[in-house]
Ligand binder design. Structure first.
Ligand code: GLA
Length: 381
């Protein structure tokens, strides 16, 4: 049954439309977005769809095909940080952020079909927020630029849900173009589409979902963020983005705490790896892309300390099986890794990664070939 028909069954009338937004992986540039740095994500072909119709009052009803029970119902005037609790906050938060910015947004009925795995580090939350933001924008004929919708979706997550994420995921969900990675300067907001010509190069990117959900991820994320803000203050710069690679050693010498030094080193070197990856993609130097991916993983593992045994095992097994490069992607502490492999090596890497997981007693990973896909859009069901 289509989502439209399910909506009618749930709410007794058809939706005004169905909007969908994709999950994403980040090719490189991890934990740089909240340091005003560079990122290079691309959208996946796994989307979250939201069937939506407007209501005449200010109530929000929201249900999901992936959740049992009656729709969650809340008056928009009751939405605030921490309320509603649970997954409905992603939807309510977007409407709250839009109203807070002065946009005339009223109540809605929403039915969600979330096809982006939750808790896998593939940005299922940004996909949901952005599908709803685009729906509200179109249904109220607001005509907001997509960068503005991304900022509002991020506010929902930061303030109503209460997770202090950077802005990469929402921008990826709203700006990515099929067949491209999105090179983003998170300070200026400048975005450039970089062709990801994997087919032409005989390559594939494998997404390895370890099926280990991010435990402890949220508090560690907030803690890393705080450390970066304090380090920037200690170094007298607005953000770690402002520490040039050439100045890194001098800056590190001025920081007394070895942990803080490692965190700073990750952010500064990661920013330079993103820039180098963009150059390598433009020149078709895939060996260099792979090398940079692996260097990023090592930095996240040893300096930023956000990897974990299950991610390290997947990365090592992929590299051992001949991958050009491999790394964890997303916030860390579980979730997904990426491997850049020759098209003919997909099966070998899949087997090697599965075997390594089994040997360590880890869950069997879900491995799929990534298809760089387009951003949020209205579906015509
Ligand atoms: C999570 C956050 C992003 C980003 C990554 C790490 O996915 O939502 O904003 O900080 O972690 O790169």
């Amino acid at each position: 049954m289509t989502l439209t028909r399910r909506f009618a069954a749930a709410y007794g009338r058809g939706p005004a439309g169905v909007w969908a937004a994709p999950g994403r992986v980040n090719l490189i540039g991890e934990h740089t977005d909240y340091n005003d740095g560079f990122v290079l994500p691309f959208a996946l072909d796994r989307c979250t769809a939201a069937a939506v119709s407007l209501r005449a009052d200010d109530r929000l009803r929201v249900a999901s095909l992936q959740q049992d029970g009656a729709p969650v119902e809340v008056a928009l005037s009751d939405v605030r940080p921490g309320r509603p609790a649970g997954w409905a906050a992603y939807v309510a938060g977007v409407l709250w952020a839009m109203r807070g910015a002065g946009h005339p947004v009223g109540g809605m009925d929403v039915l969600v079909d979330g096809r982006v795995p939750v808790g896998a580090g593939l940005s299922s939350s940004a996909a949901l927020e952005c599908a709803v933001a685009l729906a509200a924008d179109e249904l109220h004929a607001l005509g907001l630029p997509r960068t503005e919708l991304a900022a509002l979706a991020r506010r929902a997550e930061n303030e109503v849900v209460g997770v202090p994420t950077g802005g990469m995921d929402q921008l990826a969900a709203l700006l990515c173009v099929e067949g491209h990675a999105l090179f983003l300067d998170t300070r200026s907001g400048q975005a450039e589409q970089v062709p990801l010509e994997l087919d032409g190069a005989g390559l594939r990117i494998l997404v390895i979902d370890t099926r280990v959900r991010r435990s402890l991820g949220e508090s560690a994320y907030a803690e890393r963020r705080r450390t970066c803000t304090e380090a920037a203050r200690a170094l007298g710069v607005p953000a770690l983005r402002d520490v040039p690679l050439a100045d890194l050693d001098r800056c590190l010498r001025s920081l007394p705490d070895p942990t803080v030094r490692r965190r700073v080193r990750h952010v500064v070197t990661e920013n330079s790896r993103v820039l180098a990856t963009v150059v390598a993609l433009r020149t078709g130097d895939w060996a260099e892309v792979g090398r940079l991916m692996t260097a990023s993983h090592v930095s996240l593992r040893d300096d930023y300390e956000v990897s974990c045994a299950v991610l390290d095992t997947a990365v090592e097994a992929a590299l051992g099986s001949g991958a050009l490069g491999a790394r964890m992607t997303g916030g860390g502490f579980g979730g997904c890794a990426l491997a850049l492999v020759a098209a003919g090596g997909v099966g070998g890497t899949q087997n090697a990664v599965r075997r390594a997981a089994a040997q360590h007693g880890f869950p069997e990973p879900d491995i799929f070939v990534a298809t760089p896909s387009g951003a949020a859009r209205r579906l015509h069901e």
